[in-house]
Design a protein around this ligand. Structure first.
Ligand code: IDP
Ligand code: MG
Length: 143
């Protein structure tokens, strides 16, 4: 039997470095041109408390304090992306965490400044995507 297509949603965030560089549109184009659809979108400046909650898995990491400072340094653009295998597709389009390791054509290769200021966030699993989408969006904000 043929596999049923796995149409799913994931959360993407355009981080403050990329918003500041005026490349929101170029990043969105990477998603749309690969067939991912935007189902929700908002610009928001996160508080320290919100980032500590969002990134709580990293709270013991040595870079956590810097990460919170960086993500709160300016507005971000949060989006729900939908498409076939959207979680993994988004991660491929983003490229590796460290832009030095990111493949040509990926968002991080083209727009990231450093391993910290790396242009975008993307959910790393279907389960985390559901949680992260609910962190930013109510049901009636997703179309
Ligand atoms: P990911 O964003 O590719 O999923 P994670 O390991 O989940 O990478 O890390 C979350 C975020 O924390 C990264 O996107 C980056 O902004 C920051 N980060 C990760 N590793 C480092 C590091 O070694 N130094 C500074 N910041 C880091
Ligand atoms: Mg991650």
């Amino acid at each position: 039997m043929a596999d049923k297509e796995n149409i799913e949603q994931t959360l993407s965030i355009i981080k403050p470095d990329a918003v500041g560089k005026n490349v929101i549109g170029k990043i969105i184009d990477k998603f749309e041109s690969k067939g991912l659809k935007i189902k929700a979108m908002k610009m928001v400046q996160l508080s320290e408390k919100e980032v500590e909650e969002f990134y709580s898995v990293h709270k013991e990491k040595p870079f956590f304090k810097d990460l919170v400072e960086y993500i709160t340094s300016g507005p971000v653009v949060a989006m729900v992306l939908e498409g076939k295998d959207a979680v993994i597709e988004n991660r491929v389009i983003m490229g590796a965490t460290n832009p030095k390791d990111a493949a040509p054509g990926t968002i991080r290769r083209e727009f990231a400044e450093s391993i910290e200021a790396n242009a975008v966030h993307g959910s790393d699993s279907h389960e985390n995507a559901q949680k992260e989408i609910a962190f930013f969006f109510g049901r009636r904000e997703i179309y």
